[in-house]
Design a protein around this ligand. Structure first.
Ligand code: HEM
Length: 396
């Protein structure tokens, strides 16, 4: 059934035709083994001006790993490490075995695998070049809401491994870590997920584990708007790169359970069913922050998350690409350990991300149910061409 439906959708045939095909198929089941478009063979190019895994549609799974450099690792070793890891990543992304692949069959299903590298402040220091790090390449300022744990914070080298197939993510991660272990040790690992590939139409905005549609006002993929928010456009070693902020944010779903539906919608300023602002009817409607209720209160409260996160300054924007987590509770009295591996990309952390986070720190009703427990900042170098490696603009 699914095969014909997909075929219809790919050929651009409308939903009616797909449903008709679905019915026809009920009468005559498709022969097993018939050709079907398989997502497992879909690849995203590793090489290019920008690193992959940022401006492509998010995959169903992602693992984020931060590594600490071993003592004595300097520029030469960093070069060797990044050459090796870039080669692995380029091969894996194309569904080709990296060198010394111990389970070669596992590399053959990339399922839109991307591997993105980020450099923490200490790695850039160790590179020992005169190519100065940006002022924003340092831990974020402290916020009142923070309850940060070292075990979830900072790091020298970031690997973002994402694919629609969790087996692929696990294997790619292991291959990269095997090659990295001479140079670095694992500091933290965070696994995240979204809806499974094929569960919803491509382009559907994700839902987080509070049930909210999360990502509506993000710059749209493939637009000049996204390019201007995300990519660094100057003559430095980071030209064509960007910055990543990772915030591990605990979401207290047990406390959220005690809030009724209207209260939940007021906390964010959007409806839960379709993500429309409380002043609109469709997800993409512009919120009207001047609209008031019949008794004169703002329809979208001043304390709501979208009111506080929005700035009048047009440059204070970020591109969010977060993943949900749902881990085993560490405390036997709890049934959930749930949250968001909040990820945002922006050309400049100080001028784009920090003002938003400061406003949310001062006032945001959502803070009642959310707590940042981890935080890290990485410079994301530009992409590289075949034969090159990620980080060459800093390390070569
Ligand atoms: C909007 C949830 C943390 C920045 C939203 C929306 C939801 C949401 C449901 C509305 C739909 C949308 O436009 O995406 C959450 C949850 C968080 C969280 C559950 C924590 C667990 C953060 C953080 C930041 C942030 C840490 C940045 C510091 C934004 C921005 C918007 C937004 C900029 C768009 C506001 C606008 O309409 O202009 N968030 N968010 N959020 N959030 Fe968050």
């Amino acid at each position: 059934r699914r095969q014909l439906f997909l075929g219809g959708a790919v050929a651009g045939v409308g939903a009616v035709a797909a449903v008709a095909a679905d019915h026809a198929l009920n009468a005559a089941p498709m022969a097993p083994g018939a050709a079907a478009p398989l997502n497992g063979t879909v690849t995203i190019p590793f090489h290019g001006a920008h690193q992959s895994g940022i401006d492509s549609p998010p995959t169903a799974h992602a693992t984020f790993i931060a590594l600490d450099l071993r003592e004595g690792i300097g520029r030469e070793e960093l070069q060797a490490m990044m050459r090796l890891l870039s080669d692995d990543a380029a091969r894996l992304a194309q569904g080709v075995n990296p060198l010394a692949d111990t389970e070669p069959e596992l590399s053959l299903v990339p399922a839109r695998l991307t591997i993105t590298f980020g450099f923490g402040p200490r790695l850039v220091d160790r590179a020992g070049t005169d190519r100065a790090p940006r002022s924003w390449l340092r831990p974020l300022p402290a916020f009142k809401v923070d309850r940060l744990e070292q075990a979830w914070s900072d790091g020298d080298l970031l690997l973002q491994v994402s694919s629609d197939d969790p087996l692929t993510v696990a294997h790619a991660t292991r291959m990269l870590l095997k090659d990295a272990r001479r140079f670095a040790t694992v500091r933290w690992t965070q696994k995240g997920f979204r809806r499974a590939h094929g569960s919803e139409a491509t382009g559907t905005t994700m839902r987080n584990l509070f049930g909210q549609i999360d990502g509506t006002t993000n710059p749209k993929l493939g637009t000049a708007d996204l390019e201007s928010v995300v990519w660094i456009d100057d003559k430095s070693w980071l030209a064509g790169g960007t910055s990543m902020v990772m915030r591990r944010i605990d979401m207290n779903v047990d406390k959220w359970d005690r809030l009724d539906r209207p209260g939940r919608e007021l906390a964010v300023g959007r409806r839960l069913d379709n993500g429309a602002p409380l002043t609109g009817t469709r997800e993409q409607d512009e919120p009207d922050f001047n609209h008031t209720t019949t008794v004169g209160f703002p329809t979208i409260p001043e304390f709501s998350h979208i009111r506080r996160a929005r700035s009048d300054a047009t440059h204070e924007r970020i591109f969010r690409r977060s993943y949900n987590y749902d881990d085993a509770p560490s405390d036997p009295s709890m049934i959930s350990n749930t949250g968001l591996v909040f990820i945002s990309f922006q050309a400049d952390i100080d001028t784009q991300f920090v003002p938003i986070q400061r406003r949310l720190d001062d006032l945001d009703l959502l803070n009642e149910w959310t707590t940042p427990v981890g935080s890290a900042v990485f410079a994301i170098p530009p992409g590289c061409e075949k034969g090159g490696y990620i980080g060459e603009t800093l390390l070569a």
